[in-house]
Write a protein that binds this ligand. Structure first.
Ligand SMILES: Cc1ncc(COP(=O)(O)O)c(C=O)c1O
Length: 437
């Protein structure tokens, strides 16, 4: 079976679909949504090792009986993620729209959004939190560009987005960082990290489904700063903020909000760095956090550097109020845990499905990445395309740079019943694509 045959099968008349009108170009169906990075040579070789000949598959295959029940909300994308239950565009507050973001209402809503985030993150008063441009990437690069260069840098990478920060540090900022890496599915040896350096890491690697289990590997008395890209981690894991000097995220992940804006969290040592160190390179306006040697405090009260989308802000407020209504951080984390456990049961019951993340302690509870026996990229495209066409599961093909497999978002905005309803559909898609091979 060649990719073209499978694609024809996916695009052919395989039953009615409520999503057909949105999915009539295969290139759109299969494009991973989150991020621009290309694989390096090491990652490519890992990926190749997963691309086994389909004919070699020797796993048990259930008969291809199409399940009767669809997940109520088949939204399993790893970014932008499912909207919170009960969300609708009409439910958003709109009084701040069409007004200056510096008007009283604009500033009040921005400050309210910041206050809600602080509350739901259990963020201590020691840490500032602000809304910045450029989604998570903008927030993380703002931190890198404004604070790095003062001392040696270590970057830890085990998947595509961590690799992106390695590229930034090495090729753009030319900092000659120490790079500690692991292949897809594994966590590097965190005990090897020298915390007299500034240390960059991704709390939850969205493209491999591997996360740090906690912040115990970070010493309390470190000399360097810690920079955590926590975009698919916040609101899903308890974060030990005393160990984090800089954290970033975007609303589009666990909150099910919109992209476009990033959130920047700064601990006191990061502020000290900003006020005492001037990088050797020029900074564009959207990166500037200091004025006359002092932190621009307004950014952390809702006086954004440039114009925000108040619609995205209102959307984030909706998600945060929903999070608060279900018990705040504990409620959000419990939903993610329940989703990941439901998916884990599905995996355990099938010999053709496995976890890409080998060690359970560092396995993601948000972006869960699965291996499929014998599957190569064409098989996964056909598999995910079938489910998309049926309206059973949207956006579950693994990230394009990762080993061929599935990625199913288990963050708080997904309902556990929908994960449970997915199991029989995965069986059906596997049997159907395999039968066509
Ligand atoms: C770990 C990680 N870092 C960074 C990004 C980029 O996020 P954004 O597109 O919000 O800038 C993503 C997106 O999936 C991610 O998963």
């Amino acid at each position: 079976m060649v990719a073209g045959q499978i694609l024809r099968m996916v695009n052919g008349p395989i039953g009615s679909s409520r999503f057909c009108n949105r999915l009539d170009r295969s290139a759109e169906i299969f494009r991973a949504a989150d991020g621009p990075r290309g694989p390096n040579a090491a990652l490519l070789s890992v990926r190749r090792s997963y691309m086994t000949d389909l004919t070699a598959v020797d796993a048990t295959v259930a008969p291809a009986v199409k399940p009767a029940t669809l997940p109520a909300r088949p939204f399993f994308s790893s970014g932008p993620c499912a909207k919170p239950p009960g969300w609708s565009a009409a439910a958003l507050a709109t009084d701040s729209l069409g007004r200056s973001h510096r008007s009283k209402i604009g500033k009040t809503r921005l400050a309210y959004c910041i206050d809600l985030m602080r509350e739901l993150l259990n963020l201590p008063d020691t840490h500032r939190i602000g809304i910045v441009p450029g989604s998570d990437t903008g927030a993380f690069e703002m931190a890198m560009w404004t604070m790095l260069g003062a001392r040696p840098v270590t970057t830890i990478a085990w998947e595509s987005f961590g690799e992106g920060w390695v590229t930034d540090a090495a090729k753009q900022l030319k900092l000659d960082p120490t790079v500690i890496r692991a292949d897809y599915g594994q966590l590097p040896d965190l005990s090897a990290v020298d915390f007299s350096n500034d240390v960059l890491f991704t709390w939850n690697g969205t493209t491999s489904g591997v996360r740090v289990p906690n912040a115990d590997f970070i010493p309390a008395d470190r000399e360097g700063l810690t920079f955590a890209d926590a975009t698919s981690a916040v609101f899903a894991y308890a974060i030990d903020w005393a160990k984090i000097d800089v954290a970033t995220f975007s609303w589009q992940k666990v909150l099910g909000g919109e992209g476009g804006h990033g959130v920047l969290i700064l601990g006191p040592r990061a502020v000290e760095r900003l006020e005492s160190y001037t990088p050797a390179w020029p900074l564009p306006k959207v990166f500037r956090l200091v004025s006359k040697g002092k932190l621009t405090e307004g950014v952390f009260k809702g006086e954004t550097i440039n114009t925000p989308s108040m619609l995205a802000v209102e959307d984030a407020i909706f998600a945060l109020e929903w999070g608060k209504s279900i018990g705040g951080a504990a409620g959000l984390i419990a939903r993610s845990d329940a989703n990941a456990a439901a998916l884990d049961r599905i995996v355990a019951e099938r010999d053709w499905l496995g976890h890409l993340a080998v060690d359970e302690a560092s396995r993601s509870k948000t972006s869960v990445c699965l291996t499929v026996a014998g599957a190569d990229e064409a098989f996964i495209k056909a598999f995910a395309g079938l489910l998309e066409k049926e309206g059973a599961a949207l956006d579950i093909a693994g990230y394009r740079d990762a080993p061929a497999g599935l990625r199913i978002w288990c963050g708080a905005t997904v309902d556990t019943a929908d994960i449970e309803a997915l199991g029989p559909w995965l069986d059906w898609a596997y049997a159907t694509v395999k039968a066509a091979a």
